[in-house]
Design a protein around this ligand. Sequence first.
Ligand SMILES: Cc1cc2nc3c(=O)[nH]c(=O)nc-3n(C[C@H](O)[C@H](O)[C@H](O)COP(=O)(O)O)c2cc1C
Length: 174
Amino acid sequence: MKKKVGIFYGPTGGKTEKVAQRVRKAIGEDMADLIPIKNSKAADFDKYENIILGCSTIGKETWDAERSKPDWDLFRPEFDNINYEGKTFALFGLGNHVTYAAMFVNAIGFIGKILLAKGANVVGRVPTCEYTFTDSEAIVGNEFIGLPIDEDFEPELTDRRIKEWVGRLKTLFQ
Ligand SMILES: Cc1cc2nc3c(=O)[nH]c(=O)nc-3n(C[C@H](O)[C@H](O)[C@H](O)COP(=O)(O)O)c2cc1C
C-alpha cells in the first residue's frame, strides 16, 4: 500500500467512531484520514483510491423509518455520484451478536450490496465461522462482505480483529 486511505464513518460520537480511530492507528496515522460521512459528498471520495467505510447497525429503522435519519441513510443518494473506477473499498461495521443475533451487522450488508451493484471493487471479506450469530444481511457468498466488530459483547477481540484485517488490507490496497 503506497497511497493514503480515506476512512469514511458514521455515526459519530459512539463506538463506530472509536473503532474508526483504532483502524486508522493500525494503518498508521500518517497513511489514513478520518472523515465523518455526515455532511460528506461523493466528491469527497475523489481524493482517495483506498477507501474504508465504517458503520453501525441500529435496526431496520436505520434504512426505513422516516423518524430515523442516521448518517449513512442521509448519504445514500450520494452513492450514485461516486466515481468507482480505480478505487478499492473495504467495510467494517459495529453490531451486537447477542441481542441482535438474527440481524447481526446488517448495515455492512446494506452498504456493501450498494457497492457491489455499482461494480465497485470490495476487498477485506471475513469468514463467518469466526462469529456466533443466526443471520446477517452482511453475508455475500459464504463470507461477511466486511469486518464485523462487537464492542458490546466481544470487546476483547477487537484489537486482534482489526490487526488481522488491516494487515490483509495493506496487501490489497494500492
Ligand atoms: C436500538 C438499537 C438497535 C440495534 N440494532 C442492531 C442490529 O439490528 N444488529 C446489530 O448487529 N446490532 C444492533 N445494535 C447494536 C449496535 O450496532 C452496537 O451497539 C454498536 O456498537 C453501536 O455503535 P455506535 O455507538 O457507533 O452507534 C443495536 C443497538 C441499538 C441501541
